[in-house]
Design a protein around this ligand. Sequence first.
Ligand SMILES: [Zn+2]
Ligand SMILES: [Zn+2]
Length: 308
Amino acid sequence: MDILFLGTGSAWRLPEYSCGCMICKKMNELDEERTRTSIQITTSRRILIDPGPDLLTHMNRYHMELPDLVLITHEHGDHCLGLDELLVFKRALKRNDWTPIPVYATEITWRIVEERFGYLIGSLVEKRLCQSGVTISVGDTEIIPFKTFHGPTAKGAVGYVIRQMNDDSVHCKSLIYTSDFAEIETVIPQMYGADVLVIQSHWLNEPVENRPFHMSLQTALSFVEKWKPTKEIFLVHISGGDQVLGDPQNNTVKKIQPKEPMKDPMSNAVYSVPLCQEDWDVLVKKISIDYSIPCRMTVPRDGDIFSI
Ligand SMILES: [Zn+2]
Ligand SMILES: [Zn+2]
């Protein structure tokens, strides 16, 4: 199973347009960028999760090929607005050589996606409904959606467990993709002991009021503890929304006050909010030790590839 991180940022990309906060400034200085979070998983099938508004950029950067299927986690723009870009794959083929790409989402999510992209159904994409807890089998791959809570504007939100089965049909390589969420509504047995967990670290610290219904690294650790992934934890959907000590931009809408900032459990010192990739690398390594994380935990860069 190959995992390609197409994008690792939140809905507004990082650095954000016109933002002068310390995180955006530092990233601009270092020429760092996180496009909207999206991922490609390759088993015997090429699976694209969340074709967001940066899809064309991702296609160009990573020389992407036609996906065998697409999974949409929820209807927010940063997770589905790139659907139109897939049309170039059809345009490059002879008239009768095209088969619409199966696109999976829940019925509630499809209702919204169809209002915007209904004209693509039947010609570019094939509308496929998925249901929490019901397995989709494609070749050697099983995909199991699970219901998540991401607030009232994404009522059909799901994450996906993806399992690539071995020839014995018992053992597998497995990955949990949570996407945007604040709570898990349906836990499925396949979530325990997966090889890989891809989870939001929208903020480092859980905010006083989690209104956009996202996941902080601070809270994500409780899911790590419950599900016990065995090989890799990847933190994505990085937003730059944490307040940074001394940042004059801390009073902007983007910045959210922490409830009780994360601390080193031994010294009780509050962790510094990371500004750039190197800061994330150092901090996440330290948190992994301080909180006895059972496997490697990292913040991938856009374009990082991992194989399990
Ligand atoms: Zn999002
Ligand atoms: Zn969202």
